[in-house]
Design a protein around this ligand. Structure first.
Ligand code: ADP
Length: 373
């Protein structure tokens, strides 16, 4: 039986292990918190720091394949493991390009992949010289995550809000739609694309409101998205699962925002809504099986269940019974003991032939279901 390891034990690892339960595979997880969401679903759990060379190297040695849950892993250790014959998804070289937003943007530019125009800034002093480039968005090179590490700089009065660290200043895009395109690619270079997902943001809170898949797109835009996402993945030269996040601007241009080299929040609906989920697909790739079928069985939407503002401590779920009474609704609670404002505690998938039903239920669930302490 092949031995597969996951670096990080959060919800992505948990859902990957749920899919792994169907295959002949022995699973290993490393994470510093022994009560993390994935800990009790794997065959072997190791306490360790995914950013530490020795911890990652020791964990990976002797495994057949390794994957990641989060980009902030020690890629030097992954590189050494790769040299010693462990298959790493994504390849450490692709991870290195993506992990640093400066290298990521330069990769798009060199590969002629459309992306918002940008300037590299080394510090705040540098940023202050770029008044003529505004309005723009400043992004920290390393360590940004879930919106931290991104700052909108509309005018020169906002320049002080930028990062005093190496980063990129990107032209502000007039966004019409935000799309995520998940692509699977195996060792032989064969690819499969999932139907694109539209991410709908709450204009007041600037938070992801819900997602809907397949996104409502004219064919011309869909083809651009598919071609661009394929170019990104081919250019990264690595097997695995990739989530390419794109903007469709008000002129109908398609620009790459960023890429995640792993299973992604925008693909959770594929568990119920598509023949092969993103988790099933990654296992097929790691275990050297044929790629699965990415087609959707039914359209779907996802609502993320975030810790409510003002509540920290042991998580308590309000409204679950009412949500579970609804048809075609699937609840995923990640099993995190402690809630914090904005923490990802679970998600709800809704499937339906009827798009109105998807948005209606998404809004209703957002109102009913709360995570408090
Ligand atoms: P993170 O990796 O933290 O999610 P992103 O790079 O995806 O950061 O940016 C977060 C959000 O900021 C995006 O979803 C988008 O709404 C907005 N954003 C990012 N870049 C731009 C841009 N160049 N123009 C306009 N809005 C942007």
């Amino acid at each position: 039986m092949l031995k597969v390891g996951i670096l990080g034990g959060g919800q992505l690892g948990r859902m990957l292990l749920q899919a792994a339960a169907n295959y002949p595979v022995e699973t290993f997880v490393m994470e510093n918190d022994p009560s993390c969401p994935a800990a009790h679903l794997c065959h072997h759990f190791t306490v360790g720091d995914i950013r530490n060379f020795d911890d990652v190297y020791r964990f990976g040695k002797g495994l057949d394949a390794l994957t990641i849950e989060i980009e902030s892993v020690n890629e030097d250790a992954l590189e050494k493991l790769e040299q010693e014959g462990v298959k790493v998804y994504p390849r450490p070289s692709a991870l290195r390009t993506i992990k640093n937003k400066i290298l990521q943007k330069e990769f798009y530019k060199q590969s002629q992949i459309p992306t918002a125009e940008f300037i590299i800034t080394n510090n705040l002093e540098d940023l202050h010289k770029q008044e003529a480039f505004l309005p723009a968005v400043h992004k920290i090179g390393m360590g940004g995550y879930d919106g931290r590490g991104v700052q909108v700089i509309r005018s020169k009065n906002d320049l002080g809000k930028g990062f005093d660290a190496p980063g990129v200043l990107e032209k502000m895009v007039s966004i019409h739609q935000e799309i995520a395109q998940i692509v699977a690619i195996n060792e032989k270079g064969a690819t499969a694309l999932y139907p694109p997902v539209e991410m709908i943001f709450d204009p007041d809170l600037n938070l992801l409101d819900y997602q809907i898949s397949p996104a409502g797109l004219p064919d011309r835009i869909l083809w651009k998205i598919e071609a661009i996402a394929l170019a990104v993945v081919k250019g990264l030269n690595s097997p695995g699962i990739f989530a390419v996040e794109l903007f469709v601007d008000k002129q109908g241009e398609v620009l790459v925002n960023e890429t995640a080299p792993r299973v992604h929040n925008s693909g959770h609906h594929t568990i119920e809504a598509n023949y092969s989920s993103q988790f099933d697909m990654l296992l097929r790739i790691m275990l050297n099986y044929p790629l699965g079928n990415t087609e959707h069985i039914l359209p779907a939407s996802i609502v993320n269940l975030l810790g409510a503002e003002g509540y920290s401590g042991t998580a308590h779920y309000e409204g679950l019974e009412e949500v579970l009474q609804m048809d075609n609704v699937f609840v995923h609670i990640y099993g995190k003991k402690e809630t914090k404002p904005g923490r990802k505690m679970g998600h709800i998938t809704i499937v339906s032939k009827d798009k109105q039903d998807l948005t209606y239920k998404a809004h209703r669930i957002k109102n009913i279901l709360k995570v408090r302490s």
